[in-house]
Design a protein around this ligand. Structure first.
Ligand SMILES: NC(=O)c1ccc[n+]([C@@H]2O[C@H](COP(=O)([O-])OP(=O)(O)OC[C@H]3O[C@@H](n4cnc5c(N)ncnc54)[C@H](O)[C@@H]3O)[C@@H](O)[C@H]2O)c1
Length: 368
């Protein structure tokens, strides 16, 4: 197949490109090569030599039309992800960009084998909980006052401790502009695609980890920050009490999920969570990063918090398991691969300081 990957010069896209080419497909990448992921608008060294690269923006009708020429399948991964308060940009790139893609597909009457759209666990917000009476509910975000008092866990309506559950795809309660824009992308897949006979699938990735994950994107998570801190022999900063849970997933497993839904007809019209085999606390994860870098010492939660973070983020991946996908790699595997890549690239310590300073400046990190 001829595959187009928007955002294909980034982390998930470039790995997906490698796997598609290894499977005998042709790959064209459309990428704006924009900061913070690309500090200069040049072809990144990790992009496969045989991938055709179109340098351009998914919001540009003419460029997108050119990129669509002759393709059988599309992975739509280009996105704006940041903590910046330019709220409209999230909708402009992620929601409008995807709507434009659908618009052109309809206009061109393009016959596609598959359109795979990248969604995010951020769509689920705080996710599913069970209250003190055994009833399931979906909480709203934690209040600033509660966080400032160090009340990290979610309570039910009666103020009793609530139990976090693995969250299925049916739950959508995004709590920030990024999550809202990703939800819109999902809705386009669910509502618009069937109306026009477009065989589309949305993938709700959990936190994806592995080599090529940008050093300079403040949004890329714990693996980058903890590994960089360890690499430069700095303390690891743990927000809240470190007991928040995440179902980190390895890039290689994500790529396998992408390839599966490209071929499997049963995936059409679905939204699929793509998360790790089990949840880890942030402290547990930091501990395995320390071990990967042969570091000693106790990890101290800072009591600080990032306003807008979810307490627990764990997806129920039953739907994708039923299609035959299972994660094969652990967070320890992802960390080892990221560590080796980091050592080979040898970034400047400024990448760690700049991202931390930016989050302080924007008031994302608080308390303590
Ligand atoms: N990495 C994760 O943990 C994660 C988790 C959930 C969802 N996702 C989603 O998966 C997708 C890929 O994420 P990633 O981690 O590979 O991101 P990334 O930042 O590494 O790559 C994104 C690529 O998109 C390009 N891009 C940005 N804006 C563009 C535009 N307007 N036009 C064309 N190209 C543009 C960037 O230059 C970059 O190369 C995104 O849609 C993201 O929202 C990622």
């Amino acid at each position: 197949m001829r595959c187009l990957i928007t955002g294909g010069a980034g982390f998930i896209g470039s790995h997906t490109a490698d796997a598609l080419m290894a499977a005998g497909h042709e790959v064209r990448v459309l990428d704006a090569l924009r900061p913070p992921v690309h500090m200069r608008p040049v072809r990144p060294p990790w992009l496969h030599d045989d991938a055709e690269l179109i340098h351009g923006d998914v919001r540009d009708r003419a460029v997108l039309n050119r990129a669509l020429e002759g393709v059988d399948a599309i992975f739509h991964l280009a996105a704006y992800q940041d903590y910046l308060p330019d709220f409209s940009t999230f909708f402009d790139v992620n929601a409008s960009g995807t709507a434009l893609l659908f618009e052109l597909l309809v206009e061109r009457r393009q016959e596609l084998r598959r359109l795979v759209v990248a969604s995010s666990q951020a769509v689920a917000g705080e996710g599913s909980y069970r209250d003190g009476d055994g009833q399931d509910f979906v909480p709203s975000s934690r209040s600033r006052d509660h966080l400032a008092e160090g009340r990290w866990e979610i309570s039910d309506a009666m103020g009793r401790p609530a139990t976090a559950l693995p969250t299925p795809e049916i739950v959508s309660r995004p709590q920030n502009p990024y999550g809202l824009s990703k939800w819109t992308q999902e809705r386009l897949v669910l509502d618009l695609a069937p109306r026009y006979g477009i065989p589309a699938v949305a993938m709700r990735y959990s936190i994806v980890q592995g080599p090529r994950q940008s050093f300079t994107n403040a949004y890329s998570g714990a693996c980058r920050i903890f590994c960089l801190a360890s690499h430069f022999d700095r303390p690891i900063t743990i927000y809240e009490d470190g007991l928040q849970r995440r179902d980190f997933v390895d890039i290689e497993d994500v790529v396998q999920a992408n390839l599966l839904v490209l071929e499997d007809e049963r995936a059409i019209g679905g939204v699929f969570n793509v998360g790790g085999e089990r949840a880890y606390t942030v402290l547990e994860f930091a501990d395995l990063v320390q071990r990967a870098f042969d570091r000693q010492g106790t990890l101290e939660p800072s009591g600080r918090f990032r306003f807008g973070d979810t307490r627990h983020a764990v997806s129920d991946c039953t739907a994708l398991h039923q299609l035959g996908w299972r994660p094969t790699r652990t967070p320890a595997d992802s960390v080892a691969a990221y560590r080796d890549w980091l050592r080979s690239v040898d970034p400047s310590p400024a990448v760690l300081d700049d991202a931390a300073a930016e989050m302080e400046r924007l008031g994302v990190v608080r308390g303590g």
